[in-house]
Design a protein around this ligand. Structure first.
Ligand code: 13P
Ligand code: ZN
Length: 291
């Protein structure tokens, strides 16, 4: 990974990972976005020491209020910014914003040089943070959205159904059920950057850390840039295997469910939750997959 240093340790940690996403072919042009809910004491200390004279931007209203995030600071990529430029122009690619006015507005406190502003997907990032902060008891702090090609390809080849997609991925590599036991939750094709996709995403993020924006990309939540990268990397690897298998005429077999259950019980301590999608859904709870 690119060696890189920066006065803000969070930028120092995030920028090389963002750049690596581009190197992996996951984030062409301005595709994808990233946000990190920063520990308040640390970031206010760093800003006061390193950037004492930076003026705050004006408070900008949020499309969807998030009262549970009031006062929180986020490192976030700017709309229209390229992941490819993350280590070269960090002050332009990233900004730090604080959520203010009871969770109804945000204010830039650092970065976004040349008049930038947070990603157009910020509403979904914030609702994702609010949801996953509550569900993980504050552990999860980072959201990453990437246009991962193998994963996107599957949304053109498979039913848009969470259980079908999750099982197809779990059956391709033994690590998958351990790394994403909460599965991959499918959001139907919706217009990017809208409140509608934010609300649909929030419903799925209640159930797991990884969602599929059908025909668009992956959106994942974890504790750190490193951990969210690992999650995306693993889903994309399994998607690549599955796509190759489909391209070769479809699977003749997969890792069977008994072995998946054995893996899940053997590695239970490492997993964030039990793999609920392994269970057959109750008959009247079964949802018809959409083709
Ligand atoms: P932004 O440049 O606004 O982050 O949008 C990129 C993207 O991937 C939209 O889904
Ligand atoms: Zn996108």
């Amino acid at each position: 990974m690119t060696s890189f240093s920066h006065a803000i340790p969070f930028v120092q940690e995030a920028a090389p990972i963002i750049r690596l996403c581009w190197e992996n072919g996951w984030n062409e042009a301005n595709g994808g976005n990233f946000s990190w809910r920063l520990p308040t004491d640390e970031i206010t200390g760093v800003l006061a020491r390193r950037y004492p004279n930076v003026a705050r931007g004006a408070a900008t209203p949020l499309p969807q209020p998030q009262p549970s995030l009031d006062g929180e600071y986020f490192l976030v990529t700017g709309t229209g910014q390229f992941f490819r430029h993350a280590t070269e122009y960090p002050e332009q690619v990233f900004g730090i914003v604080q959520i203010v006015e009871g969770g109804t507005a945000c204010q830039t406190v650092w970065g976004f040089e040349n008049g930038g502003r947070p990603t157009s997907e910020f509403a979904t990032h914030l609702v994702g943070h609010a949801t996953r902060k509550r569900i993980s008891g504050g552990r999860e702090r980072v959201v990453l959205h990437c246009h991962v090609p193998e994963f996107i390809a599957l949304s053109f080849l498979m039913p848009l159904d969470s259980r079908t997609l999750t099982l197809a991925l779990w059956e391709k590599m033994p690590e998958c059920i351990v790394i994403f036991p909460d599965g991959v939750r499918v959001v139907p094709p919706l217009l990017p950057g809208t409140v509608k996709i934010a609300e649909a995403s929030a419903r799925e993020l209640e159930k797991g850390r990884v969602i599929s924006w059908s025909h668009h990309g992956i959106f994942a939540s974890e504790e750190s840039p490193e951990k969210v990268f690992t999650l995306v990397e693993t889903v994309e690897k399994a998607s690549g295997i599955h796509r190759r298998v489909l391209s070769a005429g479809g699977p003749k077999r997969g890792i069977d469910k008994a072995l998946l259950a054995e893996l899940a019980s053997y590695f239970a301590k490492m997993m964030v939750c039990p793999p609920d999608l392994l269970e057959e859904p109750a008959r009247d709870a079964a949802v018809e997959p959409t083709e």
